[in-house]
Design a protein around this ligand. Sequence first.
Ligand code: HXC
Ligand code: NAP
Length: 289
Amino acid sequence: MNTDGMLKDGALKGQTIIVTGGGTGLGRSMGKYFLELGANLVITSRRMEVLEKAAKELEEETGGKVLPVQCDVRNYEQVENVLAQTEEKFGQIHGLLNNAAGNFISPTERLSHRAFDVVIDIVLKGTTNCTLALGKKWIASGQPGTVLNITTTYAWTGSGYVVPSACAKAGVLAMTRSLAVEWAKYKIRLNAIAPGPFPTEGAWSRLLPGDLVKKFDPAKQVPVGRVGEHQELANLAAYLMSDYSAYVNGEVMTIDGGEWLQGAGEFSHLEKIPQEMWDMLEASRSKKA
Ligand code: HXC
Ligand code: NAP
């Protein structure tokens, strides 16, 4: 495993990138790497105190410029305000990383309709709000742009116990592929990343609450035997945000150590068969032959 930054110095120099949910977790890690590559960064979320602290730390760590703007992505006017403040401080906007999300585990029949709505609204409506508002602006001004959406591997398989998230992330995937084609003529490119497990406080506290983390070690579900390192995701995100990926459009890149395919493979469970049993099976086959 190599967790060094992968792109050339200055790969995002002069670019201005907005990261929703950029004050914590994976959004913060990806934003930090964008800064290291020379970008100006705008981070948004609901909690201004979290954003301000993150902005200060990120500026100190990287020497880059960070603008924190409070914004609930469910609110279109607040999204438009982020764009206005970004243009006022940095001028042209080059990239949008739709990373903000809400999620929790529950048997679906236990959810209230409001619980279902809250996840759909943050993940799907939040992503469409940001993409639509910025897309309109880019198209009206004739500027090119890059959108990167964070989805999940269960966007295409579905998954029990996180059904609102699965529905919303599937919608994000459909939007990514649809607009990648429709808006290519405006030089707007859209791609997505589907991460497997990457430890963050936000995800772990909601998806593996209490003792669950001891009972269900996520690393054990991954064929390569570990969870992801944030820099591995940041490298992929920076590549997809940069002009190096100019010919990649409408793609969703999985970064999960083979996790979802292991779940899908008909005979993946045979991994549990010990070597001695394979020896016995082979011996009985040789006897018959
Ligand atoms: C069931 C729940 C619930 C839970 C909230 N609700 N938490 N229902 N189980 N754990 C219900 C509430 O009872 C309420 O319904 C409704 O949802 C709205 O709840 P609020 O607390 O008022 O919502 P809000 O304050 O807006 O908070 C949103 C949130 C919260 C989604 C509930 O968890 C949040 O802020 N999350 C943001 C960060 C996050 O989730 N990060 C993890 C992303 S990880 P009623 O009917 O009572 O009014 C991820 C990883 C995917 O996506 C893949 C991993 C491999
Ligand atoms: P996280 O730290 O909880 O990130 C979620 C962010 O979204 C927070 O900064 C949160 O900030 C923000 N947010 C939530 N609701 C919002 C709203 N209504 N408006 C604006 N911002 C909002 O969790 P994470 O693990 O880094 O997740 C980041 C992304 O990766 C998500 O899209 C998630 O689905 C995806 N993902 C994560 C994993 C993993 O293993 N960690 C795996 C697959 C996919 P506020 O609370 O301040 O608003």
